[in-house]
Structures are given as C-alpha cells and as structure tokens.
Design a protein around this ligand. Structure first.
Ligand code: ZN
Ligand code: ZN
Ligand code: ZN
Length: 361
C-alpha cells in the first residue's frame, strides 16, 4: 500500500496536483487497506504530492482504520466537529486538488468553499491508471474469486429451473456463491425467455418455462476482489434452431475477443473483433452494449472495452469479455468471462466454466 501511495503521489505531482482527496470506496481500499462504505460521515485520505498521507475518519471508525491502514496517520473527528475543515486544513499549498470521483457532492461543494482559490479535478486519472495494472497478488485474488463463481455455475446447472420464479433461482445463485467462498454477493441476474433481451434485467416474478433460454449473470467478492460471470442455459433438451444459432454466434464472438486481446492492442479492438462476428451472423443490431469492462476491487472499472477507447492493453490488465445478442420480445444470450493479459502479453481466461449452451431441467 505504501508503494501504491508513493506511485500515486508521484503521478499526482507530475500532473500539477497538490493533493489527492480519496473518500470511502475502492480507491481508498487500494491505497490504504481500509475498506469503508460511503456515508454521510466523511472519511477521506489526504495524500499530498509529497507522499504524506493522513486518513481522516469519524471517531467511531478509528479503531478499524488504525488496524486496516498501518503506516498511515489517522486523524479523527467527533460527531459535532466539522470534518471538511479538518480535511481542508491538511491539504498542502500549491497545485490543484484532485477529489475522488465518487466523493459525495455534499462534501465536494463544502471543500470547494473551504478552498476557494484552488482548482478541483477528479482523482481517477491518477488512481485508475494505477489500478488498471494488477500485481500478482491481485491476479491471484481475481483468479480465486472467479474459480468460486465457476464452481457456483457448475452447481447451478444441476439446479431445477422450470416452474420457479426468476427471483428464487437468483436467490439460489447467491447461496451457491457464498457456499463457494464468496463473502459478499453483488448481483445475480436471472433473465428468462423474453426478459433475457434486457441485459440488466431485474429478476422478479416471471416463472421460468420449458423452452426458455435463461441468461444467468452473477458475481460478488472474495477478499474484496470481484467475480462476474455470465452463462446462458436452456430449459429442456431441445433448444430451437435460432437459440442455438445465436448462442453459437455469441460463443464465436467471445473467442474472437480473446484472440484480439493481447499486449499493445487498443481496448476498442477487442470490442470490434467480437462485434464483427455478431454482425456477420446478422445480429449486429442486437448487440447493444460494449464488449467488456475492467474488474478488480470494483465490478466495473478501467479499462473499458468500448469503441473509442484507444487505451492499449498491457500485462496485468483484467477485464470481462461479454458479447451478447438481445432479441426484443423473444430471448437473449450473453457469455461472459474474466480475462487477463499475462506476462507474455496474451489474454488468458480466469474463468474456466463450460461455455456451451447448458441444458437444465
Ligand atoms: Zn453490467
Ligand atoms: Zn456480468
Ligand atoms: Zn460484466
């Protein structure tokens, strides 16, 4: 964490930034080890471009902060104190002030009032550029949590789908994730039949029927790192010809994404490679989202694999490759794995779950 703070401070200084103000969230975890959900009580790391680090926390969080963030000076504020004044007083002179992208507006506006002659920018340019490159420990954590999601999927395939409401299968996925080592369940999308045409469908009352294609997209965290996997299953032994054709196109699109993803290639090239396969199959209009997103402490983070992103892929980057085809009123298919760029510059899957159209009962 110390080395990460030093790198962040150096990058900040190089960009004319005097201090990074990092509020509760995954940037804070990345830089200090302290995990904290955002709330109306301000938590904020003040990281000066000179490398000095002070973590401002509500008094009741101090014991946890001191344990979690060794080597960082912890300053506390009581329930009736003004935490913004405390933070503003710690900001060194000179340079702009970079605030966490996810700092609450309520704090940002007060900080701007307290530091009226400073320019404010967002800190993501500095911290995201570091977080994109996973070290060996982070890749191991992502591999472990992805393997747990794979095991949960293997057990899900043995689960009955027909006749159950989506939300019941969704709850079952959550239990499987926990049973397979996840500490938190982030989401479990179960989108059956026509609901599958909505990529972020909210699983609800629809009763899953025989003949449905069912998109199952789920993930959570283990050791703070995120999993995210999607498989599409079919209820009953005889998927119709179009479901099979669409599933095959999505599978080939994902393969094309893997082949395109390597060191030195622009992130958008992975999207283009997968999209070309789907367009060639005649479904280009039905692939309505980018092909992937980075993953780490957050479920969605840089790099985003989307048209227009010229960020070059480098060893250590971890991201989803998740093409999909969504046919309104009928069904959807998505297949998603987490991939990483290995030390040789090749894309390797962190998920190993079977990708074929699974037949469930
Ligand atoms: Zn998503
Ligand atoms: Zn997903
Ligand atoms: Zn995803």
């Amino acid at each position: 964490m110390r080395a990460r703070r030093d790198r962040a401070a150096k990058a900040a200084g190089g960009g004319g930034i005097g201090a990074l103000l990092v509020s509760a969230g995954s940037d804070l975890t990345y830089l200090t080890g302290h995990r904290m959900h955002g709330s109306e009580r301000l938590t904020c790391l003040v990281l000066g471009a000179d490398g000095t680090a002070t973590l401002v926390v509500p008094e009741l969080e101090a014991p946890r902060a001191r344990t979690n963030a060794p080597g960082v000076e912890v300053r506390t504020w009581g329930e009736t104190d003004d935490p913004v004044a405390l933070v503003a007083g710690l900001v060194p002179r000179g340079g702009s002030v970079a605030v966490d992208d996810r700092m609450w507006a309520a704090f940002v506006l007060k900080l701007q009032e307290a530091l009226p002659d400073r320019a404010f920018v967002t800190s993501s340019a500095v911290v995201a550029a570091l977080r994109m490159y996973k070290d060996a420990g982070e890749v191991a954590a992502l591999r472990a949590v992805s393997a747990g999601a794979d095991r949960a999927y293997a057990r899900l395939r043995e689960t009955a789908f027909e006749g159950r409401p989506e939300r019941e299968v969704s709850a079952a996925i959550g239990e499987l994730l926990r049973a397979e080592g996840h500490e938190e369940v982030g989401f479990a999308i179960v989108a059956s039949g026509p609901n599958g045409a909505s990529p972020h469908h909210l699983s609800a009352d629809r009763v899953i029927a025989g003949g449905d294609a069912v998109v199952c997209d789920f993930g959570g965290t283990q050791g703070w790192y995120c999993s995210d996997i999607t498989r599409t299953v079919h209820v009953g032994a005889r998927p119709d010809a179009e479901i099979r054709r669409v599933h095959d196109a999505v599978l080939r699109a994902q393969d094309a994404g893997y082949r395109a993803a390597r060191e030195g290639v622009e992130a958008q090239a992975v999207d283009a490679a997968a999209r070309a396969v789907i367009s060639d199959a005649g479904y280009g209009d039905f692939f309505i989202h980018r092909v992937g997103h980075g993953i780490g402490l957050d479920g969605h983070e840089h790099p985003y694999l989307v048209r227009g992103n010229a960020q070059r892929l480098e060893p250590g980057m971890c991201f989803s490759i998740e093409p999909g085809i969504y046919i309104p009123g009928r069904f959807g298919v998505r297949i998603e794995d987490i991939a990483y760029i290995d030390e040789h510059g090749h894309a390797q899957p962190l998920n190993g779950a079977d990708r074929s159209l699974a037949i469930v009962s």
